[in-house]
Write a protein that binds this ligand. Structure first.
Ligand code: F6R
Length: 253
């Protein structure tokens, strides 16, 4: 199912696998159209399927990442790069080590930086120097966060140092041996950084996200639901599986 709602192209697929294939097609389309473009990438469970499909497309000679630059949304702080729960480890493990992207062209906020505030300024400047993000891949948190921009009283503009909400720590505890090991802070692109991307791909899967994605698309635009800002972006594609789309489909009727 495909439907436009305001500026948002909504695509609903029958399963996680099909939604992942669609997301990979959109990312692959960008790489083909802009071989030296700038990709904004996300971690988490949601994009894993799309990354697997991109690796397959690269292996079968369909995608060349050699001139692509990437910037990830976020990283825990503090965390060592070698920690298997760091986002830099995730990106190497799930994507970068399996495609021909130049490691020197891949960027994440540095979880080892001694001064997290200074690191945020450095990261924001690197994105600007690269000409900004062409296509930004996003997931959504159960509380409506994008990147690690948690519900707040204002939309953070630039890359910032944040304290994670208890709900985010709990949601991410599944990846750690125990919840106490989840870092309490993170470095994240700001809402302004994300919003400046020319194109946005939001991928949402699983029944647990049905309420929050519905609120983000049809609710008030408020920093209490950070993803709601996407209602104002001129070029958003929202890819969902049927279970995540349940409430949105009701509202589109
Ligand atoms: C990840 C990120 C987060 C996740 C979100 C959903 O880099 O910035 O905003 O996209 O927490 O995570 P999953 O996909 O694990 O449900």
């Amino acid at each position: 199912m495909e439907k436009n709602y305001k500026n948002i192209k909504i695509i609903v697929k029958g399963s996680y696998g099909c939604a992942s294939a669609t997301a990979a097609d959109i990312i692959g389309g960008f790489v083909t159209a802009q071989p030296s473009g700038v990709l904004g990438l996300a971690t988490g469970s949601t994009p894993e399927g799309a990354y697997t499909k991109l690796i397959e497309a690269h292996r079968t000679g369909k995608l060349d990442f050699s001139r692509i630059t990437s910037f990830n949304l976020d990283e825990y702080h503090p965390i060592e790069n070698t920690n298997s729960q760091s986002y830099v480890y995730y990106m190497r493990d799930k994507l970068f080590n399996h495609i021909n992207i130049d490691p020197a062209n891949t960027h994440l906020p540095n979880g080892e930086a001694p001064d997290p505030h200074a690191e945020c300024a450095v990261y924001e400047a690197k994105i600007a120097a690269a000409g900004g993000i062409g296509l930004q891949v996003l997931g959504i948190g159960l509380n409506g966060h994008i990147g690690f921009n948690e519900p707040a009283t204002a939309f953070p503009r630039a890359t910032n140092y944040v304290e994670l909400e208890a709900s985010t720590i709990n949601a991410n505890a599944r990846f750690f041996d125990n919840a106490d090991d989840v870092p309490k802070h993170a470095l994240t692109m700001g809402i302004g950084t994300i919003f400046s991307a020319k194109q946005i791909l939001l991928v949402v899967t699983g029944a647990a996200k049905a309420d929050i994605v519905n609120e983000a698309i049809f609710g008030d635009i408020t920093p209490q639901v950070p993803a709601s800002i996407l209602q104002l972006h001129p070029n958003v594609t929202l890819v969902m599986d049927e279970s995540a789309a349940a409430k949105v489909l009701e509202n589109l009727k």
